[in-house]
Write a protein that binds this ligand. Structure first.
Ligand code: DNO
Length: 350
């Protein structure tokens, strides 16, 4: 049975756990320890406290999203030994506390990127949008200040040094560094009873000249083959993959589902409006370019049993909040996904 989950950003989140509990069918929470510096080991006691709080609200702590991967691991620098040891300690802590899935990504410097956090749609809602031409107009020489909604702030110097450090890192080197990382963390995850779920790059192409490698179905499959273990799986993010029209998302779901390597699903839809240009839409298949119905059918056919969450929603009904992470449209997305699930799995002969 698929478990319906919802992302919660902790006490800074305008959406409290008690509201999440009222979304029909949602039983699980996706969260993280947001105040631990990147690279440090996550204390088991802190994870246990967060889990208690979630359980007191009547929900399960289903997924950690994310434990950020330190840049020096992606760069392959010698300090990665200590940083990977810390990452392994965090995974073990998750296992000891009993949190079964870890979503992470391997994008250099920047996580998800948009050029407009409030694109007005014809119905009066606003959505997140991306346009390569708008990105090329953004000047990052004085730091990340001009990036819309960017969470990890870098000063001009820090960013210059980081971008310089990546000058020698192309896709091949990044793959090598990912392999090095996976060879060390997958056995630990397997022993701890934690399933890893790498998130595709969002958007799935190079930005600011930095390599991005987790861009399509072939790349996701390649990850799963680096260390052949069910603990080494992926997050099927329909929106990230769907912003590249060459990605047939239902086919990717089917292949990875058959291999048993989907460990987490992000359900979200996008409308592609040009080359490397898209905006987010409501979740239903007919309103975007990703056939969400066909994705859920592929998950049903391949026996997917893990967590799913609605990803980004639009801002509707005058809600104010974290871009992409308001309550209302994500709750609608969740109800839609859950309706599809019922329609696809219920035995109508009874
Ligand atoms: C965006 C999210 C990503 C995701 C990370 C996973 O809204 O889907 O930030 O959490 O890339 O590591």
């Amino acid at each position: 049975m698929i478990q319906f989950t919802f992302r919660w950003f902790g006490h800074d989140d305008a959406v409290p756990l008690r509201y999440i509990r009222q979304i029909p069918g949602v039983t699980g929470i996706v969260s993280a320890l947001y105040d631990i510096p990147v690279g440090d080991a996550w204390p088991r006691s802190r994870l246990a406290e967060l889990k208690d709080e979630i359980e007191t609200a009547g929900l399960d702590f289903a997924v950690v999203e994310s434990i950020p991967v330190h840049e020096n691991i992606k760069l392959g620098w010698p300090t990665r030994e200590r940083l990977i040891a810390n990452y392994c300690a965090s995974i073990r802590a998750m296992g000891e506390v009993g949190i079964p899935v870890l979503c992470y990504n391997f994008m250099p410097v920047f996580d998800w990127m948009r050029t407009d956090l409030a694109l007005a749609l014809p119905d009066g809602s606003t959505a997140l949008a991306y346009d390569d031409r708008a990105l090329s107009a953004i000047d990052i020489s004085h730091g990340t200040g001009d990036l819309p909604g960017w969470a990890t702030a870098y000063s001009a110097n820090q960013l210059r040094e980081l971008l310089q450090a990546y000058a020698d890192i192309g896709p091949d080197e990044l793959w090598e560094n990912l392999q090095y990382f996976l060879e060390r963390i997958v056995p630990v995850a397997e022993a701890a009873g934690v399933r890893l779920a790498i998130h595709p790059d969002d958007p799935p192409w190079s930005i600011f000249g930095l390599p991005r490698i987790i861009t399509d179905g072939a790349a996701l499959e390649r990850v799963t083959k680096i260390v052949d273990s069910p603990a080494n799986g992926v997050t099927l993010c329909t929106g990230s993959l769907g912003s590249l029209p060459s990605n047939d998302v239902p086919a990717i779901a089917r292949r990875l589902g058959e291999a048993g390597r989907i460990n987490f699903v992000h359900g979200r839809n996008v409308r592609v409006t040009g080359q490397h240009r898209f905006h987010e839409t409501p979740h239903p298949s007919v309103l975007g370019d990703v056939d969400i119905f066909a994705v859920l059918r592929a998950l049903r056919d391949t026996g997917y049993r893990g967590p799913i969450r609605p990803d980004h929603g639009r801002m509707i009904w005058n809600e104010k909040g974290r871009p992409g992470y308001g309550l209302y449209d994500r709750a609608l997305g969740s109800a839609y996904l859950n309706g599809l699930r019922e329609g696809l799995t219920r035995d109508v002969t009874r």
